[in-house]
Ligand binder design. Sequence first.
Ligand SMILES: [Zn+2]
Length: 82
Amino acid sequence: MVVWGIMVVRMRHTKSHTANRRSHHALKGAGLFVCEHCKALKQGHTVCPACGFYRGRKVIDMVKKTEKKQKKEKAKKAAEGK
Ligand SMILES: [Zn+2]
C-alpha cells in the first residue's frame, strides 16, 4: 500500500518558463539628467551637486558650503602644522 504523505506540485516549471518570467526582473541603471539650472549632469531625484538646486529651487547654499569646507580644511592643516 502506498501512503501519499507529501503533496506533489502538479505543474513542472521548465527552465525556459522560469527564464521567461525572470526576463522582466532586471533593474535599470540610475538615470542621469541634465540640471535645469547649471546644465551639469546629475542623478535623478537628487539635489544637483554642482549648484545645489532641485527642481528650480535652491536647496543647498553651495557657496556657503564650499566656504565652510575650506575653513575646515584650513583648520585641519593648521592643526597638522603644529
Ligand atoms: Zn545644477
